[in-house]
Design a protein around this ligand. Structure first.
Ligand SMILES: [Ca+2]
Length: 244
């Protein structure tokens, strides 16, 4: 018959096993930073991935110019994509980008969003490979913008592998432009690969593992409760028998 010590041992084993599984599937979520809080204040190191927005303030003054430098780790590269985008001036001044614009730039001054920056009404599609160092900038012209643009930029630190080689240990193969992302960036809800592969294949497995842990945990607790109740009933009956 199971004793209390046996039950405690089983409980500890289950907790250890769950912790081990959780550590094996550790996921890293991006922090959000606001560009205007970092303008011209040096380099921002991207560790994993990060969400960059223009500002927390609902409105920005005219003649605002803000540029932030983003840096990947040694031998790594940065890739950037715009998840959400809305710029009021796009709808009121569609002639050019003199009133307001955003830009993504590489260290050798390649302007990813066009020579004059970007200010159209549609979200810029695609993912841009910036290299080890990249820049994000926001410019407002001589008129105050109606409201701060809603730009949600995802910047991910990746590693570009050689052709016909696999990714190094700890990295996930995006199957796109030789990009490998850290395993911790898979299944975090953010499209770091640029083709959603990091949010597709393994996530089903992770969801299954988590569901298995939850179901297993519930069954385990039920067994403990039932055994406890049976043990209590048996003891009570035994005491009653001795008293008679
Ligand atoms: Ca991801």
């Amino acid at each position: 018959m199971l004793t209390c010590k046996d039950l405690m041992r089983m409980l500890l084993s289950a907790v250890t096993f769950s912790t081990l599984l959780a550590s094996m599937t550790a996921t890293k979520f991006p922090m959000t930073i606001y560009a205007d809080e970092l303008c011209y204040h040096g380099v921002f190191l991207v560790d994993g991935d990060v969400i960059i927005m223009v500002s927390k303030n609902p409105t920005l003054p005219a003649n605002t110019r803000c540029s932030i430098q983003m840096q990947a780790g040694t031998a790594k590269s940065l890739v950037a994509s715009i998840r959400s985008y809305h710029m009021d001036s796009s709808y009121t001044h569609s002639m050019d980008c003199q009133y307001e614009s955003i830009q993504l730039e590489t260290a050798n001054n390649t302007k990813m969003l066009g020579p004059l920056g970007y200010c159209k009404s549609e979200r810029p599609a695609g993912q841009y490979i910036l290299g080890e160092t990249g820049y994000f900038s926001y410019v407002a012209g001589p008129y105050s913008p109606l409201s701060t643009p809603f730009v949600e930029l995802l910047v991910s630190e990746v590693y570009i592998k050689n052709d016909n080689q696999g990714c190094s240990n700890g990295f996930f193969n995006c199957d796109r432009q030789n990009i490998c992302v850290d395993n911790q960036l898979t299944c975090n809800g953010y499209n770091d690969c640029g083709n959603d592969r990091d949010e597709d294949i393994n996530c089903k497995l992770t969801t299954g593992v988590i569901a298995g842990i939850v179901v297993g945990g519930v069954i385990f607790i039920l067994i403990i409760v039932i055994l406890g109740a049976l043990h209590y009933r048996h003891r009570k009956m035994r005491l009653g028998y001795i008293q008679h």
